[in-house]
Design a protein around this ligand. Structure first.
Ligand code: MG
Length: 122
C-alpha cells in the first residue's frame, strides 16, 4: 500500500505540475480561466463530450481522451483555487476513508456505494 501511495503521489505531482505550467503559459491567473463558474461550464462541456463518446459507442481511446479532458479541468480547478499538492492529498485521503466505509446498496436496481439512505431512493 505504501508503495502504491508513493507511485500515485509521484504521478499526481507530474500531472499537477504540468497543469500549473499550462496555466502559467496561458497567463490564466486572475482571468476567467480561473473562475470556478467558467470552469464549471468547461467541465459541463467536456462531460457532454464524454457522454457522447460513451453513448455513441466511440473507441476506448476516445473515451480515454474525454476522461483526460475532465482530469485536466479538475487539476486546473485545484490550480485555480491555489491548492498545494499536499492539500489535495489530504482531502483525497479523507474522502477515500469516508467512501471506503460506506456500504454498497441497490438503488433503483443499480448497485451503488452511496451515503444516500435506502428509504429515500428505493
Ligand atoms: Mg473533450
Amino acid at each position: 500500500m505504501a508503495h502504491a501511495c508513493f507511485v500515485v503521489r509521484k504521478f499526481m505531482k507530474k500531472y499537477y505540475d504540468a497543469t500549473k505550467k499550462f496555466h502559467r503559459k496561458f497567463k490564466m491567473k486572475g482571468t476567467n480561466n480561473e473562475d470556478m463558474g467558467f470552469r464549471l461550464n468547461l467541465m459541463t462541456e467536456e462531460l457532454g463530450e464524454l457522454a457522447q463518446a460513451v453513448t455513441r459507442g466511440k473507441s476506448r481511446a476516445e473515451i480515454f481522451e474525454e476522461n483526460i479532458d475532465l482530469l485536466n479541468l479538475i487539476l486546473g480547478n485545484f490550480v485555480s483555487l491555489g491548492a498545494k499538492l499536499s492539500d489535495i492529498d489530504k482531502v483525497f485521503w479523507q474522502k477515500h476513508e469516508k467512501i471506503m466505509n460506506r456500504e454498497i446498496k441497490t438503488i433503483n436496481g443499480k448497485l451503488r456505494v452511496s451515503h444516500y439512505g435506502n428509504k429515500k431512493l428505493r
